[in-house]
Design a protein. Structure first.
Length: 154
């Protein structure tokens, strides 16, 4: 419930607590349900009704706005899909394949190859620790990149 103060045929104040003043009258919000592609416009007051109605008109997004909104929603979904990537190598190890993990894999591969180190401690997607070789990390990186490419184009 709301209360409005009307002077000279116009609402000059609106509040959500009863001011306990006879110059204020009760008001209710009229906010219709929105369908896809719609939004609320600027509210207005219908002072001919009792109680006064605070009306929220429903407007439609333009085709361009819908396309932009849809694209932004798809980007959000794509980001979530990339963050959730996991891949399983031929050895049966399941690696996280998100972008941060891919960067870590690339750095580890470079370091292992540069130093001729046989393996590195690696935490898998299920939090178990293995000794990952450069070859297995290359495989996991390639699988992760392919999985990301599969969801990237929207």
């Amino acid at each position: 419930m709301y209360w409005v103060n009307i002077q000279n045929g116009k609402v000059v104040q609106c509040r959500d607590t009863d001011p306990q003043d006879p110059q204020w009258v009760s008001a209710i919000e009229i906010r219709p349900a929105l369908a896809a592609g719609q939004y609320y416009g600027q509210h207005f007051f219908d002072i001919t009704k009792t109680p006064v109605e605070i009306v929220w008109p429903v407007l439609n997004f333009s085709a361009e706005e819908v396309t932009t909104k849809t694209r932004e929603q798809k980007k959000v979904a794509r980001t979530a899909a990339v963050e959730a990537i996991t891949v399983t190598t031929a050895a049966g190890n399941t690696f996280d394949g998100d972008e941060t993990s891919q960067t870590r894999m690339a750095r580890a591969i470079i370091a292992l190859q540069a130093t001729n180190t046989p393996s590195v401690n690696w935490v898998l997607a299920d939090n178990t620790v293995i000794q990952a070789t450069a070859a297995e990390l290359v495989e996991a990186l390639a699988l992760s990149g392919a999985a990301q490419a599969a969801v990237w184009v929207i």
